[in-house]
Design a protein around this ligand. Structure first.
Ligand SMILES: Nc1nc2c(ncn2[C@@H]2O[C@H](COP(=O)(O)OP(=O)(O)OP(=O)(O)O)[C@@H](O)[C@H]2O)c(=O)[nH]1
Length: 295
């Protein structure tokens, strides 16, 4: 093992929609986390691992930080942010170029004082007036003693290599934490639920409240075939009708698009069955959240 090799945990935090999932996918080079235009789609911590010749980065994609609603689901999500930061070696705090609002401030306030934080200024491709970037960065530098400030574009990849170099500086010298070919430590079962959730949010967009979950009820290997049975759990009967759509069209599309992605990632045939369940008030029941995997 190379004596200079470094490895460690890197958390990616930021308010909803700043581009955390896009950045993670860019750094890992394969689609694992779900990306969506709708805020608050990432609820689980998804780990992606990148192994280079001189370093291994284990990324933790934390849930969106919620300040507006305060039900049990949001409390669970906020706990998730804090827990994810407990044992990481570095934090990537992501914001959008030209914007630093109250929600960004709230996330910053949540970051432990004893962890090195890199300020990642994303979406620089969208900046029309580049001359405003420098004063913006200078102003941000007063908010905390950042280990580095790196402007990037997660969407087109600009400066993401530079970001990795800065992150590497913060990792301890040690051997690999995970096998080189391991991209995620999440089970196929978990990934199957994530694919379904992504399709659900993509196809229903803003019509569907974020309080919808996917529960994998069966996941069986039958030779090379995976038999998966999943439930989409919604709050109200009218949401159920919305997910099913006219003549079942919406649900059919969600299922068939998710199946195609599962087959690609699992590299094998998938038999997928999806149905919709109503669990009234589920977003307020902490016990039920646990049973659905949102701990
Ligand atoms: N122009 C531009 N758009 C970006 C960039 N990075 C992300 N986006 C877009 O910003 C939106 C949100 O990106 P996500 O990666 O889903 O954001 P997130 O922070 O993971 O969001 P949550 O899951 O809600 O916490 C998507 O429409 C992305 O395509 C970027 O560098 N440039």
């Amino acid at each position: 093992m190379n004596a200079e090799f470094k490895a460690g945990y890197v958390a990616i935090v930021g308010r909803p929609n700043v581009g955390k999932s896009t950045l993670l996918n860019r750094l890992i080079g394969q689609k694992i986390s779900i990306v969506s235009r709708k805020a608050q789609t990432t609820r689980h911590q998804i780990m992606g691992i990148r192994t280079d010749a001189d370093a291994q980065y284990v990324f933790v994609d934390t849930p969106g930080f919620q300040t507006r609603h305060t039900n049990a689901l949001n409390r669970t999500m906020n706990r998730g942010v804090t827990q994810a930061l407990g044992d990481v070696d570095a934090v990537l705090f992501v914001i959008e170029a030209g914007r630093f609002d109250a929600a960004d401030k709230a996330v910053l306030a949540l970051l432990p004082a004893d962890r090195p934080v890199i300020l990642v200024v994303n979406k620089i491709d969208r900046l029309t007036d580049k001359s405003r970037l420098l004063p913006f960065l200078a102003e941000l530098g007063t908010q905390r003693d950042f280990a580095a400030i790196v402007p990037i574009s997660a969407a087109n990849g600009a400066q993401t290599e530079g970001l990795l170099l800065e992150a590497r500086k913060l990792l301890p010298q040690r051997e690999m934490l995970f096998d080189e070919d391991q991209i995620t430590d999440r089970s196929e079962r978990f990934l199957a639920a994530e694919f379904l959730r992504e399709k659900l949010f993509r196809l229903l967009g803003d019509e569907l409240p974020y309080a919808a979950a996917v529960e994998i009820e069966k996941f069986e290997l039958d030779g090379a075939l995976r038999r998966i049975s999943a439930a989409i759990v919604v709050d109200r009967p009218n949401h159920k009708a919305m997910v099913i759509g006219k003549g079942g069209e919406t649900l059919k599309r969600i299922a068939s698009e998710a199946r195609v992605e599962m087959e690609r990632l699992f590299d094998g045939k998938v038999f997928l069955e999806v149905f919709v369940k109503v669990k009234s008030g589920w977003a307020d029941d902490e016990r039920l959240l646990k049973s659905l995997g949102y701990e």
